[in-house]
Each structure stands twice: as C-alpha cells, then as structure tokens.
Design a protein around this ligand. Structure first.
Ligand code: ZN
Length: 127
C-alpha cells in the first residue's frame, strides 16, 4: 500500500485489500492497486472502477481470499476520513487512508463506516 501510495504521489492512489476475516479481525494479505477512475484532478479525489472491482473480487476468490478493505492515499494531507470518503464508502469494508507528505509515507489510519454512512470510527490498524 505504501509503495503504491508513494508512486502515485501527488495524485491519490486507490486499491483493494485482499485478505481474510476471523472473529471480527481482518487480516490483509495482498494490497491490490486499482485505477483511480476519477476523471478530474486526482490530488484530492479517487473513484474505483466498478468493472475493475468485480475483476479484483474474482481474483480474490481464486486465491481463497475476499476483499476486506479499500485503501487510498491523501497527498500532503493527514490520514482522516473526509466527508466525500464517507459518502462514497460502504459499511462492509475497512477503509485505510495513507498520508503521503512530499512523496513519502507519513502515517495511516483505518476507518469502519457505520450502516447509515453517517460516521466512520477509527479502528485498530497494525502493519
Ligand atoms: Zn480520502
């Protein structure tokens, strides 16, 4: 995730986290880079390509994994969950945000949106 995020700088990167879930603990195995499908300036926005997302889901299943989360980067910005992030989120994934400052990884946080997508509390994230 860090390598993808640094390479995409100063644009936002995005991708899927393939892994497993057991007893409420999600374990990421593969960080799968995806295309930022947003058609405008990508310095502060990302959009997943739905067709690509389906393909990644298939790929995950073929490896005995599932998509447990989505990651994206915040170039020169802290790793918070923005209003837009919340609006385009969904409650069944963990959302990891990576802060990239001047092209270098700074910190990351993970958020778990509630079912109404009105808030996304932080969850524990271990590297
Ligand atoms: Zn964001």
């Amino acid at each position: 995730m860090v390598a993808h995020a640094e390479a995409a700088y100063p644009r936002e990167c995005c991708g899927a986290i393939l892994g497993t879930e057991k007893d409420g603990v999600r374990h990421g195995v593969v960080a799968w880079q995806m295309r930022n499908a947003f058609e405008g300036a990508q310095e502060d926005t990302y959009e997943l390509d739905p067709a690509e997302q389906l393909a990644v889901e298939k790929e995950a299943r073929a490896r005995g994994l599932s998509i447990i989360g989505i990651f994206h980067s915040h170039p020169d910005c802290d790793a918070y969950f923005s209003k837009r992030d919340l609006a385009s989120s969904c409650p069944w994934y963990s959302f990891v945000v990576l802060s990239i400052k001047k092209g270098v990884f700074d910190h990351a946080n993970s958020f778990l949106p509630n079912f109404d997508q009105t808030e996304a509390p932080r969850e524990e994230l271990e590297f």
